[in-house]
Design a binder for this molecule. Structure first.
Ligand code: ATP
Ligand code: MG
Length: 398
């Protein structure tokens, strides 16, 4: 058995020894069958959350209302979720309530796709009532049960289906795809944050081109923030050789292809409810992408942008211009050669400037710093106290 499961096996054994059933389930079993690295091991059990808490000394309540307890075993956290069914869905987004049950089969039935509805016991035996293994072998994404029902029950599953296309290079089974087109409107009801999680995974998957193509073809884009009327721009973007960009860089490219400028950039990213830090980073990169389309980096721009932004900017530019030179390397080299990387490295302080020029503080100090910085960055002035002093006094005389 895979070492990740081997390590988690005692968790199943402890639950079984207490008189309950327990299985590995969901993404970890799927990824194991696909021979992909296993991210985290999820466990499903017939024990209720209270019963699980009695078995393990170290647990955290992370989602007890959904039946999930985090069990910390030998320092590793495992999500242990009680078998459950979901009652009738309201508003196509969230079950009215969950009911804990003792049957594994019923629990597997509520899962989204056949490939995600396989359980594995502690000895590696698979429980696969919906033939998920066959669909995995044939690289097919197929709902458990009738697609129309399952996708309308929880519209997020449509986004999940397409992000799996991107991550796994699988295809949508025909009737699943058809139901996706028919139910696209229900995506409106889904919380933006949940859509954003799936969309980011979609953006960075190996098969992102086909996934984006599907977003267009099924018209799901009409129900995604800020993309409602953007079929042409998205189609245009499909022409770009973006396969090696990071998710962050994909956002930048998307904004570029949508033709967003200035405040519309922030507005768009806010619609997606991305974290503020990420929004700021994306805005910065977009700014430099536009600047670089007009002219090369100046030393001041390199200094202000810093390494990470330079790197992302160049990666996106290469895609936009179709120019595969190693420009990122070149400009990061130029950044590395800058005589200073931060204002604090200048060999002069504000009080020294005031003393040398015999002037009281004021806005002029900041302006002068800026000039010194430019001179140092452009190689016109050495970053040495005596040289700066001479230069400052000379400037002051002219
Ligand atoms: P990943 O590798 O990205 O974590 P995953 O399949 O493990 O993929 P999770 O979101 O971690 O995805 O969900 C774990 C499992 O829970 C899924 O494999 C699936 O069985 C079930 N599941 C998750 N979301 C849904 C949903 N919206 N509807 C039905 N079942 C779901
Ligand atoms: Mg998972």
């Amino acid at each position: 058995m895979n070492p990740v499961f081997e390590k988690a096996k005692p968790v199943l054994e402890k639950i079984e020894n207490a008189g309950f059933e327990a299985y590995f389930v969901g993404g970890c079993v799927r990824d194991y069958l696909l021979e992909k690295p296993i991210e985290d091991v999820d466990i499903a059990t017939s024990a209720t959350p209270d019963e699980v808490k009695k078995i393990f000394p170290k647990t955290v309540d992370v989602g007890i209302e959904h039946g999930t307890i985090l069990v910390i075993f030998n320092g590793t956290p495992y999500e242990v979720t009680t078998f459950r069914t979901e009652e009738k869905y309201e508003d196509f987004r969230r079950p009215a309530g969950v009911t804990f049950i003792r049957s594994l089969n019923e629990d597997l039935k509520r899962r989204d796709f056949t490939m995600n509805a396989i359980a594995m016991d502690k000895d590696g035996k698979l429980i696969d009532p919906f033939d998920g293994q066959k669909d995995i072998r044939e690289k097919r994404i197929k709902t458990v049960g009738i697609p129309q029902e399952r996708l309308s029950e929880d519209a997020l599953r449509m986004m999940r289906a397409i992000r799996f296309v991107s991550q796994l290079s699988f295809s949508l089974e025909e009737s699943t795809k058809k139901a996706l087109t028919e139910n696209k409107r229900l995506l409106k009801e889904i919380a933006v944050e949940r859509k954003a999680v799936e969309f980011e995974k979609l953006l960075k998957g190996v098969n992102r081109r086909e996934a984006l193509q599907l977003i267009i073809e099924t018209e799901l884009f009409m129900y995604l923030p800020g993309l409602e009327n953007c079929r042409n721009d998205l189609e245009q973007m499909l022409q770009d050789p973006f396969d090696r960009l990071s998710a962050l860089e994909m956002w930048v490219l998307l904004i570029y292809r949508l033709g967003l400028k200035n405040r519309f950039i922030e507005e768009f990213l806010r619609k997606w409810k991305l974290p503020v830090k990420k929004i700021k980073m994306i805005q910065k990169i977009v700014h430099y992408v536009f600047a670089r389309l007009d002219s090369e980096w100046t030393n001041r721009e390199l200094f202000e942008a810093k390494k990470e932004v330079i790197f992302h900017t160049e990666n996106v530019l290469n895609v936009i211009t179709g120019n595969y030179s190693s420009s990122a390397e070149k400009w990061i080299g130029a950044y590395d050669r800058l005589p200073i990387k931060d204002r604090s490295e200048l060999q002069a302080t504000g009080s020294e400037l005031m003393k040398w020029l015999d002037r009281k503080g004021g806005p002029w100090v900041k302006e002068l710093f800026q000039k010194i910085e430019d001179a140092v960055l452009n190689g016109e002035l050495l970053n040495q106290k005596e040289k700066i002093k001479e230069w400052v006094i000379k400037c002051n005389q002219n």
